[in-house]
Design a protein around this ligand. Structure first.
Ligand SMILES: *Cc1c(COP(=O)(O)O)cnc(C)c1O
Length: 413
């Protein structure tokens, strides 16, 4: 058998295809045709977004859900509904997609970034508490990769300091904390249905909450400040157009119908990978909190100690693993290192004394975020929908790279 690394011209270890994503079948095809022929393409007189909202709220065990244009908009609306605005601070993990922080800037408020834990890569509650000031209004937890952030600790901190807790659940459709679905365990939660997410209509988002007043505000904000039952041209608060289309609502209903079945496959494959990969020297899978009783598994994340791989760089490992036929990607960079923050550009969103305020965290070291950002490898969720044999081949690909890592040291960058 040819054991040469695929990156060096050998045969890939994994020759089976990755399940195609987004997944669809006759159900989506029929649903789209039904919307087409109904001529109800707009949610306001339509039925699909409304039905999806009911189904998604039930799925996440929340009292209410509002379907919106995307996950970034969902965060912006959630913060607006909470009344976050100029002069406020919102505590956000340094390790997340930019939208978690940019939504705070969109509100004219300051995202105060804090480190994550070294093993779950979710926000560290003790550091979040230490970052509270008299200006802090809210915290945003991100359920990284589907693993739920420590909601017990975060809820306790938020209650004691009278802060709102927002759950950015863009990775965590179907995830649970101690037997209850996430999203509405905090004050308000947000989801994304962008193409890479666990269910998708290409773009899309949702807000969930158990709080009737927040639902009323968020629903109004997403529809130009209107209120249900009132005249179409009566506008009661600041809002914009964040409405989802009926096409997307119809597709999302089909996708939701498959969510549990797909999650079961990802859960089974994740257990297999955890067992097999943690036996390989230098590989540490993301820790799953035992209180996270169900995990949507947006990604399979593992830390790579490259000293067990002849000291090759993480990007080189990712390149080699991709060449072996296992899809991998790098992680999010630390937010505070981004040009948005380092150039001072973010200040254009702020006003008053906040616009020139010194924020020490911008020059701080966040060792655990650095570890998550630069030393982890992500297998995206569609790869977790394969068979057990596919998982075996991913493990074999990692083992093969370890056997021959010394050959990757020599080749030019
Ligand atoms: C995808 C994502 C978002 C934004 O969702 P969009 O639908 O792409 O706007 C926000 N937060 C996190 C953590 C995400 O992964």
């Amino acid at each position: 058998m040819d054991d040469t690394l695929a990156l060096l011209g050998g045969t890939p270890a994994k020759n089976t295809p990755i399940p195609e994503w987004p997944y669809y079948d006759e159900r989506e095809r029929q649903a789209l045709m039904d919307v087409l022929e109904s001529r109800l393409w707009w949610r306001t007189p339509g039925t699909q977004c409304l039905a999806f909202e009911g189904e998604f709220a039930r799925y996440q065990q929340a009292n209410y859900a509002i379907a919106v244009t995307n996950g970034t908009a969902a965060l912006e609306i959630a913060l607006a509904a909470l009344g976050v605005g100029p002069g406020d601070e919102v505590i956000v993990p340094d390790f997340t997609f930019v939208a978690t922080a940019s939504a705070v800037l969109a509100a004219g408020a300051m995202p105060v970034l804090v480190d994550c834990t070294p093993d779950t890569y979710c926000i560290d509650p003790a550091l979040a508490e230490a970052a509270i000031t008299s200006r802090t209004r809210a915290m945003i937890a991100v359920h990284m990769g589907g693993n739920v952030a420590d909601l017990d600790a975060l809820l306790d901190i938020c209650r004691r300091h009278k802060l709102y807790l927002v759950e950015d659940s863009s990775h965590a459709h179907g995830s649970e904390w101690k037997g209850r679905k996430i999203g509405a365990l905090g004050d308000i939660g947000t989801f994304s249905f962008q193409s890479s997410k666990l269910m998708t209509a290409g773009e899309g988002g949702a807000i969930v909450t158990d709080n009737q007043e927040l639902e009323r505000k968020a629903r109004s904000i997403h529809d130009c400040g209107r209120l249900p039952g009132e005249w179409f041209y009566a506008h009661f608060m600041y809002g914009s157009n964040y409405r989802l289309s009926e096409w997307q609502g119809a597709v999302l209903r089909c996708q939701l119908g498959r969510a549990d079945e797909q999650r079961a496959i990802r859960t089974r494959n994740t257990a297999f990978l955890n067992q097999q990969l943690s036996a390989i020297e230098g590989i540490t899978p993301q820790k799953q909190d035992a209180r996270c009783t169900c995990n949507g598994h947006y990604a399979y994340i593992f830390h790579l100690d490259t000293s067990a791989f002849a000291g090759i760089s993480v990007p080189r490992f990712i390149e080699a693993l991709n060449a072996e036929g296992a899809p991998t990607q790098a992680s999010y960079p630390p937010l505070h290192e981004m040009a948005l923050f380092q150039s001072g550009e973010f200040r254009r969103r702020l006003s008053g004394e906040q616009a020139s305020q010194k924020f020490p965290f911008l020059h701080a070291e966040f060792p655990n975020t650095a570890r998550g950002a630069w030393e982890t490898v992500w297998l995206p969720q569609p790869a977790l929908l394969g068979s057990e044999q596919d998982m075996q081949l991913i493990v074999a690909a990692v083992q093969k790279i370890q056997r021959h890592a010394d050959q990757l040291v020599k080749i030019a960058r």
